[in-house]
Design a protein around this ligand. Sequence first.
Ligand SMILES: Cc1cc2nc3c(=O)[nH]c(=O)nc-3n(C[C@H](O)[C@H](O)[C@H](O)COP(=O)(O)O)c2cc1C
Length: 304
Amino acid sequence: MQTSLAVRLGKLELKNPILTASGTFGYGQEFDEFVDLNRLGGIITKSVTRNARIGNPPHRIVEVPGGLLNSIGLANVGVESFISDKMPFLRTLQCRKIVNIAGESLEEFAEVLTKLEESPEGIDGYEVNLSCPNVEEGGRTFGKDPKQVFLITQALRKITDRPLIVKLTPDCSDIGQLGLAAQEGGADILSAINTFVGMAIDSRKRKPVLGTVTGGFSGPALKSLALAKVYELGQTVSLPIIGIGGIFTLTDVIEFLLAGASAVQIGTANYIEPRISERLVDQLEGYCQENSIASVSELVGALE
Ligand SMILES: Cc1cc2nc3c(=O)[nH]c(=O)nc-3n(C[C@H](O)[C@H](O)[C@H](O)COP(=O)(O)O)c2cc1C
């Protein structure tokens, strides 16, 4: 039977609900030899900041039970190089291209977005990474504070009419409040979740493994935690949600859709199987056909 994998998240239409997660898929081109990028619903780029960043001192990645800890520290080429060196390739693709932006102050977020809006050809939307330290607030993560979430979203909303996705941190007491703050600020879509704060210790050396002591925890152990956050958001906000966290299998994808996500992002799994995002598109199509599901959107929030 004919089945449609297309999903609509407000003003963002995707040909299928499989996206790749920021920071785990480079700027897309790095995966071009493994994945038919045009088969994906979309690519979310690495976080882009005002200036190029070399990132944190090593070690920056360590495997731990159930996942990965990273302290990459937003290493990226900076917005100007992104536009001149990375966008030309992205523009050749048929999938959606979402640029993830980050900053250490409200002004930096606004400046990065303004620069991108000056040459927007090929950009289908933005994802705002709020899991960054706010230098004006003593390094406290923006995304933990509903007031900051509201203020940043409101400021960025004034700069662009393109779909604005606000990416929420799970390191908070009430993700629903963060979601409501983004919704009030004018976000079109929420994505959840970013990494949890985690730590690894080398007991022989009696030292932390990561150069920054703590880092972001991602991977399979996140799945149940992320599902609960997506479900909670779905009960609280009226915006469409993109689910992220420990998604490795077709079953994981379906569970996130049932919990209320309209699309999903594949993160750490790309490191284990670079072609996984494309495989999940194939598998989702097969699943819908076998189960006589005319449109994958029927699954969204269909938890009984
Ligand atoms: C090595 C690494 C780098 C990441 N870099 C970014 C980033 O630059 N911006 C961002 O918003 N999220 C970043 N993330 C978070 C992922 O996009 C995703 O939210 C998180 O890893 C949870 O999904 P997963 O369990 O499928 O990996 C990064 C994750 C990893 C593992």
